[in-house]
Design a protein around this ligand. Structure first.
Ligand SMILES: [Zn+2]
Length: 179
């Protein structure tokens, strides 16, 4: 009788190992390559699959992922992107987002097999930046304390805040805007 109990426990343990090692099934819609295109860089929440644009400029009224030729500017608005809070200040053509120090673990169930490979270069938790001008060919960038990138007319850097481990993601627009 004891033998059977030991055998049953062994089988259960093997099954638990197999299930935990099996990758999650691919989603119907990948959070990255099935996204709508964005002109500005986007932020991905690796734990929830939320993707949002870190926009500065006004979008074109009907062309996808293009900017309006006329930029009014001079406004301030709060943003909520990929689960994080920030603001957009078009008086200075900049967007700021606060990246918290406590970051959740990456979940592969929101991403297709190809994007899981693309994300393998990023750390396995928190957030990443992605250029989604062409979502079928996304370019993914890790966010760290020395981030310094240029994507089209956006300069992206990070700064520290008063809270230890927290980062401020700063996106500055470099487009020449006629007034
Ligand atoms: Zn994908």
């Amino acid at each position: 009788m004891k033998k059977y109990i030991v055998l049953a426990i062994a089988v259960i343990l093997i099954l638990i190992c197999v299930i935990s090692l099996t990758p999650a099934p691919e989603p119907d819609h990948c959070a990255i390559c099935d996204s709508i295109p964005f002109h500005a860089p986007a932020l991905i929440n690796l734990a929830t699959g939320e993707v949002g644009e870190l926009e500065i400029y006004e979008p074109h009224p009907f062309k996808v992922a293009e900017l309006n030729e006329y930029q009014q500017g001079g406004t301030f608005s709060f943003l909520y992107v990929a689960g994080l809070h920030g603001y957009r200040d078009t008086a200075n053509w900049e967007t700021h987002i606060t990246i918290p120090s406590d970051q959740n673990e990456y979940e592969d169930k929101y991403f297709c097999k190809t994007c899981r490979e693309r994300l393998s270069q990023c750390k396995k938790q928190g957030y990443a930046l992605v250029d989604l001008k062409d979502p079928r060919n996304p370019v993914i960038y890790e966010i760290h304390k020395d981030t310094n990138l240029t994507i089209r007319c956006y300069e992206i850097t990070t700064g520290t805040t008063d809270t230890e481990g927290e980062l401020e993601l700063i996106i500055l627009g470099t487009l020449y805007v006629k007034n």
